[in-house]
Write a protein that binds this ligand. Structure first.
Ligand SMILES: N[C@@H](CCC(=O)N[C@@H](CS)C(=O)NCC(=O)O)C(=O)O
Length: 244
């Protein structure tokens, strides 16, 4: 049965395109994989068809063997368990990874996401209104980076000596530290980890989903303006439905 991925060129979306490429790198014979782009700026995440697959109306989502999954970290776990490789250890060893996946979903994603939104996207609040959340999410993002730094003291990757889904999930947010204005330069270990993960061919191919190769590490001014415009729409209070 084919793998159907519903996604977009965003940090949560790239987690899944990287995972697919890393599974291929690990030699997994994946079923036919179809990548379906969801245009968030046009509100395609709110369509009836997408909501049936993903009740939370946010990318990414996955359909495989009649199972529909939402939440990027659940999808990473599903792919890791369904196609066993070192990316998601089996047995007891998986408990070294699962807490860090939850940590990403509950902390890195929301905090970096909010920091980015207030720093770059939200257009329906004044600078004065934005100052407190920017300070709050900025400080918490730095605390999380310090947690990551400590975790990387003993090993090259978050859960030990090998690269896992935990690295995929956290890296997708931390790698854009300049764009979200979370200054990680006082943490050379984290910077080195960002470079180490970026150097992987599977990661390189995964993050090129929806972005021309010359813009993977440095968006053009045009792309930045497009992200700001789309981000302002998506992050606007007016666009936030209170009913689904
Ligand atoms: N916790 C979710 C977060 C998903 C999420 O926020 N996706 C964003 C793109 S990165 C989205 O679809 N936003 C559209 C919207 O909020 O309307 C996950 O990890 O999958």
């Amino acid at each position: 049965m084919s793998l159907d991925v519903y996604t977009a060129a965003t940090p949560n979306g790239w987690k899944i395109s990287i995972m697919i490429e890393e599974l291929l790198e690990a030699g997994v014979d994946l079923p036919e994989t179809n990548m379906h782009s969801i245009d968030l700026s046009r509100g395609e995440q709110f369509s009836e068809a997408f909501t049936t697959i993903c009740p939370n109306q946010k990318i990414p989502a996955l359909v495989h063997n009649g199972i529909a999954l939402m939440e990027s970290c659940a999808i990473l776990q599903y792919l890791g368990e369904t196609f066993p490789t070192g990316l998601f250890p089996q047995g007891e060893a998986r408990w070294r990874v699962i807490p860090w996946l939850y940590w990403q979903a509950a902390n890195i994603g929301p905090i970096f996401g909010n920091k980015l939104s207030y720093t770059r996207y939200i257009a329906d609040a004044t600078e004065e209104q934005k100052a407190h959340p920017i300070e709050r999410f900025g400080r918490e993002a730095l605390r999380l980076v310090a947690v990551l730094d400590r975790q990387l003291q003993a090993h090259d990757y978050i859960c030990g000596d090998s690269f896992t889904v935990a690295d995929i999930s956290v890296w997708c947010w931390v790698r854009s530290w300049k764009w979200s204005k979370v200054d990680i330069t006082s943490k050379p270990r984290v910077l080195e980890w960002v470079r180490r993960v970026r150097a992987r061919p599977g990661v390189e191919r995964g993050i090129s989903f929806g972005v021309p190769s010359e813009e993977i590490d440095q968006f053009s001014e045009e792309r930045k303006a497009q992200y700001r415009k789309n981000g302002a729409g998506i992050a606007s209070n007016n666009r936030l439905p209170t009913d689904v």
